[in-house]
Write a protein that binds this ligand. Structure first.
Ligand SMILES: [Zn+2]
Length: 282
């Protein structure tokens, strides 16, 4: 027991040595260094593409997304074509009172729309929007949400209001149903972790700094953040076997993308000589 403790202490001591060199180098980007997990993932994916020379075909995914959105419109609103008795077009099926076909069409349209949005988001999370314009960024990142609103609500509402074969009560129910579908599909299609190429570039820049930085960083088995100093107060209860000393890149790959706020503050207090104030009194 006693020996084990000694070994742990020795290990901790070993780890402390390189940490002392870290502060000066990491001092300036400390405050800005809070990239989102999505930006980190995109940066890693792009670095991998550069290293392997194999690009993910996100253009194909985007084209597929548009095909699926178009098919969703067909499933929802295909009009009568000649004498064909096509069972597609949920709105037409409603008029014909063919409810089974209508429900199948609705389910297909919902699935197509959500699938398209997932593909679109997947593409965005590898090759994000390049524009610096906030409006363009929003439209690009939330295209799934916008399409859900257009397909299920805007087009649907216009067609229902124009339709003279539906009675008022049916129209009201149909509009309510469209509103529900819009919320459902929109909720599944929105990107809750949008990324821009600007954010990814920032991460990549920091990564390039890290390549030349032998000091790396610290993170723990159970913690979600990474640290610049192994004597950070947040690490005071961490045993040596749960403390990992790796490169920043490796920390990111292990989903430790966010810098600990104590370490950020300490690094930003330039030079980081005044550590007594933030080290715990043991
Ligand atoms: Zn820390």
């Amino acid at each position: 027991m006693e020996e084990e403790k000694k070994a742990t202490a020795a290990k901790a001591e070993e780890k402390k040595a390189p940490a002392k060199k870290a502060p000066a180098k990491k001092a300036e980007p400390a405050e800005a260094k809070k990239p989102s997990a999505a930006a980190l993932k995109a940066a890693l994916a792009q670095m991998e593409e550069q290293e392997t020379g194999k690009k993910k075909n996100t253009v194909l995914w985007r084209v597929l997304a548009f095909v699926m959105w178009a098919l969703a419109i067909v499933a929802m609103y295909l009009p009568q074509i000649g004498d064909w008795e096509l069972p597609f077009g949920a709105m037409r099926m409603l008029v014909l009172k063919n409810y089974t076909a209508m429900i199948i069409d609705l389910v297909v349209a919902v699935a197509l729309c959500i699938g398209a949005a997932l593909l679109w988001k997947k593409a965005n999370h590898i090759h994000p929007v390049k524009s610096h314009n906030k409006i363009v960024q929003f439209i690009w990142n939330q295209l799934g949400l916008i399409m859900a609103f257009l397909i299920f609500f805007v087009i649907g509402l216009a067609l229902i209001l124009k339709n003279d074969k539906l009675d008022q009560k049916t129209k009201r129910i149909a509009i309510a149903a469209l509103a529900v579908l819009t919320l459902l599909v929109g909720g599944a299609s929105a990107d809750y972790h949008p990324v821009t190429q600007d954010e990814v570039d920032k991460v990549t820049q920091e990564f390039n700094i890290d390549i030349q930085d032998p000091d790396g960083c610290f993170w723990t088995t159970y913690g979600r953040k990474y640290h610049l100093y192994d004597d950070c107060q947040a690490l005071s209860n961490t045993s040596a076997e749960n403390l990992h000393h790796t490169s920043l890149n490796e920390a990111w790959e292990n989903n430790r993308g966010e810098l600990c706020s104590f370490c950020a503050k300490r690094a930003s207090d330039s030079g980081a000589t005044d550590t007594t104030a933030i080290t715990p009194a043991e």
